[in-house]
Design a protein around this ligand. Structure first.
Ligand code: SAH
Ligand code: SF4
Ligand code: F3S
Length: 448
């Protein structure tokens, strides 16, 4: 038996939280923690929280309540709350839930080991500052463990857009980009550890403007620099704001081979009146024109989006405009939500749409989006696609991976391994994935 302490991490919310959780586990590895997949035998429980939905804080408090028994049985157990609820609630968390030992915001988690050392025996630590130093600088000493073939890499954080419904500018702070050299170094390190696909993350990733020796680079410039890395085969990025899709980035979709033909480009609504009330600073026509231009650069691009129904003041006609926009675009994949008021945001105090009306609109929108997603999948049947295999499937001998268009593909076969990129002929479209057959390779697997 080793005397390593055990860390249980539970992650909510967006991909950036997934990335942050990995970084926090690495910081705590430096303090002697190894990860475990159950809370029951953990020495530290870390909840990495999200604040985007209604009652997010309440849900965290009730989740914490479930650990009461564990904490009573083992008073040494440390309980930590990180992420966007930690940022929003701060000190309030330890006031309302005294069994919490540590609260750390998304901008201070590089200090986690020091904070952890200050806790225990009833001592608490709370850090929700936006410190001057660059947290990423302090995160670079990673253990050289082998990684899954697809990884996230945060390149930009925060948002200055202040959409009227959104908490992100408050929880993640002002928009900031990491320097190019730091990102390239992290990408090379990931590739050395077996990563073949990197998704660049940012709340507004296409607002990226990082310092390089030759002056600032935009996202397209960064993608081209990353594309020079041997062994890195696929690049993606998320999430984008329509107003930050510049000409260079649109062109990259046409001429950068490693940039995958998939784009998550939230529009939120198809009604100009509602877009104005949301402070989105674009209208439906400019969005449609933008989609046309990106598709001209990359005709097979698969588009994904986010939608909010029942934003304050949304009429049936406004909602129909959203349905029209969806029909005009044709999404391969999408997320849709009922508007939920977030305290502190401008829209929270406006007159709300009736809950039953919201539910009805959401059901209609989701039926249309589901139809489009199924059509996009069905269109792949009979085609040969390139798949990066990421994990074991549920059936014996089954492997699951992602196509270039980010569709899940599963195959059965013994000459394919996790980390391989292989040609697959699609034979069937299932509800949320595609079934395929491996195209035999004349020679050994390219990954060998
Ligand atoms: N930074 C990203 C994601 C923001 S949060 C972006 O700008 O696109 C992810 C999605 O959650 C948003 O695109 C929006 O559709 C949804 N969302 C955010 N706040 C919401 C709220 N108050 N009610 C309902 N949906 C919301
Ligand atoms: Fe939120 Fe709007 Fe910023 Fe996206 S662009 S993070 S929706 S404020
Ligand atoms: Fe949630 Fe914070 Fe991400 S609010 S969606 S975890 S940026």
């Amino acid at each position: 038996m080793s005397d390593a302490k055990k860390l249980f991490v539970k992650t909510y919310g967006c991909q950036m939280n997934v990335y942050d959780s990995e970084r926090m586990a690495e910081v705590l590895a430096g303090a002697g923690y190894v990860e475990t997949d159950t809370a029951d035998d953990a020495d530290m429980i870390l909840l990495n929280t999200c604040h985007i939905r209604e009652k997010a804080a309440e849900k965290v408090y009730s989740e914490l309540g479930r650990f009461k028994g564990l904490k009573a049985a083992r008073p040494d157990l440390k309980i930590a709350v990180a992420g966007c609820v930690a940022q929003a609630e701060g000190e309030e968390i330890v006031r309302r839930q005294p069994m919490v030992d540590l609260v750390v915001g998304p901008q201070s988690y590089h200090r986690l080991a020091e904070l952890e050392a200050r806790t225990g025996g009833g001592a608490r630590a709370v850090d929700t500052e936006f410190p001057e130093e660059d947290k990423f600088d302090r995160l670079s000493a990673r253990p050289k463990a082998r990684r899954a073939p697809a990884a996230f890499l945060t390149v930009q954080e925060g948002c200055d857009k202040f959409c009227a419904f959104c908490v992100v500018p408050y929880t993640r702070g002002a928009e900031a980009s990491r320097p190019v050299a730091a990102i390239l170094a992290e990408a090379r390190d990931l590739v050395e550890r077996g990563v073949r696909e990197i998704t660049l993350l940012g709340q507004n990733v296409n607002a990226y403007h990082g310092a390089a020796e030759t002056g600032d680079l935009g996202l397209a410039g960064l993608i081209r620099r990353l594309a020079d890395i041997d062994g890195l085969d696929r690049i993606r990025y998320t999430t984008s704001h329509p107003n930050d899709m510049d000409d260079d980035l649109i062109a990259a979709h046409g001429n950068c081979e490693k940039l995958m033909p998939y784009l998550h480009l939230p529009v939120q609504s198809g009604s100009d009146r509602i877009l104005g009330a949301m402070n989105r600073k674009h209208d439906a026509r400019s969005y449609l024109r933008l989609v046309e231009r990106i598709r001209a650069a990359r005709p097979d691009l698969l588009l994904s989006g986010d939608f909010i129904v029942g934003f304050p003041g949304e009429t049936e006609a406004d909602f129909e405009a959203t349905m029209d926009l969806v029909r005009a675009v044709g999404y391969g994949q999408a997320y849709s939500f009922k508007y939920s008021p977030r305290p502190g945001t401008p829209a929270a105090d406006r007159a709300h749409v009736d809950e039953a009306v919201k539910a009805d609109r959401l059901a209609r929108l989701q039926a249309l989006l589901k139809e489009q997603q199924q059509a996009a999948q069905a269109a792949m049947v009979g085609k040969t696609v390139s798949v990066l295999f990421e994990r074991q499937g549920r059936m014996p001998g089954q492997l699951v991976g992602k196509s270039e268009h980010l569709q899940a593909v599963h195959v059965t076969g013994d000459d394919v391994r996790i980390g391989d990129i292989r040609k697959v002929r699609i034979v069937r479209s299932d509800p949320n994935s595609l079934a395929g057959e491996l195209v035999p390779e004349p020679q050994a697997s390219p990954a060998a």
